[in-house]
Design a protein around this ligand. Sequence first.
Ligand code: MGD
Ligand code: MGD
Ligand code: MO
Length: 789
Amino acid sequence: MRSDETNWSTTTSHWGAYRVRAVGDTVEVAAHPLDKAPSPLLGNVAAGSRHPTRISAPAIRRGWLDHGPGPSSRRGRDEFVEVTWDTALDLLAERLDATRRTHGNSAIFGGSYGWASAGRFHHAQSQLHRFLNVIGGYTSSRNTYSTGSSSVLLPHLVGDADTLLRNADTWPTIAEHTDLLVAFGGLPEKNVSVTPGGVTEHATSTALRQLGNSGVEVVSISPLADDAPGTPGARWVPIAPATDVALMLGLAHTVLTDNLHDPVFLDRYCVGFDDVADYLLGRRDGVPKNAEWAASWCDVTATDIRALARKMASKRTLITVSWSLQRIEHGEQPVWAGLTLAAMLGQIGLPGGGFGHGYGSMGDVGETGAALPLPFLPRGHNAVRSFIPVARIADMLLSPGSRFDYDGGTYHYPDIRLVYWAGGNPFHHHQDLNRLRQAFGKPDTVVVHEPHWTATARHADIVLPVTTTLEREDIGAGRRDTHLFAMPRVLEPHGQARDDYRILADVARRLGVGDEFTEGRTPAQWLKHLYGGWRERLRRERHDIPSFAEFWEQGSLPLPAGHRHPTPLAAFRADPDGNGLATPSGRIELASATIAGFGYADCPGQATWFAPRRDATYPLHLIANQPRTRLHGQGDIGETSQNSKISGREPITMHPRDAATHGVGEGDVVRVFNRRGACLAGVVLSDRVRPGVVVLATGAWFDPVDLPDDGAGAFSGSVVADKALCAHGNPNVLTSDIPTSALAQGCAGQHTRVDIELFPHPLPAPRTLLPPAIEAASSGELNTEHVPN
Ligand SMILES: Nc1nc2c(c(=O)[nH]1)N[C@H]1C(S)=C(S)[C@@H](COP(=O)(O)OP(=O)(O)OC[C@H]3O[C@@H](n4cnc5c(=O)[nH]c(N)nc54)[C@H](O)[C@@H]3O)O[C@H]1N2
Ligand SMILES: Nc1nc2c(c(=O)[nH]1)N[C@H]1C(S)=C(S)[C@@H](COP(=O)(O)OP(=O)(O)OC[C@H]3O[C@@H](n4cnc5c(=O)[nH]c(N)nc54)[C@H](O)[C@@H]3O)O[C@H]1N2
Ligand SMILES: [Mo]
């Protein structure tokens, strides 16, 4: 071994496995040797590991320390005071106890949504939920920002969301069988280096590049050319945003009126096609959903729509819908309409045909791995029943006691007094951040565990510094991964950072339930314990798994290929009775009596067209999609992400024609605004976005500036304190906090309407690369452990 090849270890992350070694106080990273398409996100790791934004010591918000718990508009504006761990943990334990005694455990919101880090034991939400369960429970959150509409809708249509979300046809099956792949939302390669828990080989990237060579014709339907996979012959259809349902209905109309649909499949395997046909033909509303009608909405010509419909009916066709399409208002509809169109073609359950959801959204969709069980930390039982659909956080905090609808039920928002977050960043993921700021002013106490001074940490009262995966030991793998990794510690914890586990164990001890939480195990003993249980489980399935010592020594373990079963829809089709799904009819529900019975105006009982909101005041349609250069907000301070910034602002991509009408040019810093707020962004010109559409990816750390009222007319949107300007370019200051519909109450943050103008003022200095103002404590609280580094 050459001397410069020493000290490397392997580890894993949501953007894949990689090699890493300590160099002085930081790390050097390199691609994993088995990785055929290493993620560009690897470039963020080194600079992030010892960045000035790392939190060094426990910190308390000045106002909370001086005045005690209570609502405050100073959250996100106050300075912090560093305290000792003992002080912080005493205060935290006292607050948790007082809250549950006075208001009950339902007053603790512990949903704590977010991606945290890879690693099965130190998974932050599992740790926090386990802890909160041990102390009596918490108000939880349901579903995800990722698939908020689909996971509520799909059980009504196919019996179980996992039928589609976790059981896709593999890329090799598609390469072998599919003739035509019609991708609504495209198949963007930028997204597929990411998989929860990681993926070692990144086979999906390669598969996307190879599709054309395998004879698969790809039609990428998206406002953005770059959503088409980089494969020979892929065609871009630049659809108007939020009009996919119109196009799907137009295609379905041609299929029906040309008599190209499959009546046998519809009759045997589906219910509700008569209602669909009535709707397509306009029998009830007098509006036939023909190709001309569709063209008037989606801006694809009627000729093209008819030609595509006929082609789809003549070949093995796979219709895919990206998750982004269900992250908009009425996001249930593209999924339902796409499934309906696929059912009419009669290919659902045939290899390489039918309907897919999430190809190009996540790296493991289409991967060949076996989806083996992985080791996991038991979370225990939550004794509190109150919950919210995850994206209703601001509504809950702002309107305790008020009523909400969800999937056929009616519920009330609990009165939350303490918000506890570990492993997520609501000031990244939620919409209408100025409204979220108001909402975060309501509770008595906000607690955040974070490695970094994210906007969420800056909006907390008690901020506890945690280690990163590189600073602790863990075990990690993704859902269809090829390997399980030992994740060794390669760096000392930064400053006084501690593991979430140790923090929670120390609070549990203060509350008299230390042993229930820890079961008497150290982290190292937990790793062995979780691995041991997993090994036993796989052994019963006749997989030979080495001992923990051997695994840890080797650093990784190839996972058994396992057995890939036919997809649930293939099995469904193989049953001649065609009623094996867990829906009321046992069949695919193209019309659902259950959903119709809920009586929601914004989600009727079959796939329905809703025109997107047009707002003449704001002429541009903004797409806030996933960032190419980082994972959400994670890594925004790293090199790959920073290299993409323009004068320290997030890039906004726009068509040269729109730039000309707005009097802005390449590299200009502009103010992007609407009635909810404003942000700065740096202009990138491209004819690869549809005119009228601008793209500002999510994830630039929120940097709210309260600007003085200088009376400048165009500026008035951002002068009100509650309408802060984000000096960095976070699109969620613009997006609206509306649900997809009363059915799913999902996140609708992918789209909004905006205007832009040249920023007429001196640029505020970006502040996200530095920590907030932190004071040394007065003598009693002084943090003597802290040695600044
Ligand atoms: N406008 C708009 N908004 C969106 C979307 C969109 O399409 N448009 N997409 C949405 C989607 S799909 C998602 S999934 C969400 C993602 O939203 P989040 O998952 O909340 O975003 P992350 O930046 O991944 O936040 C994870 C945080 O956990 C911290 N962390 C990492 N490891 C640890 C750990 O071990 N312990 C602790 N305590 N903390 C840790 C990281 O530093 C980071 O700040 O965003 C949503 N928001
Ligand atoms: N690099 C990177 N990869 C990621 C993530 C990340 O943060 N960074 N996040 C991961 C997570 S948590 C998730 S849930 C998935 C999300 O996966 P998706 O939600 O599918 O990802 P997005 O990039 O938000 O959207 C995909 C594409 O849909 C297109 N699109 C938007 N609106 C419309 C529309 O109205 N019609 C049509 N036809 N197309 C439209 C956009 O141009 C966009 O590029 O991505 C995962 N992958
Ligand atoms: Mo997501």
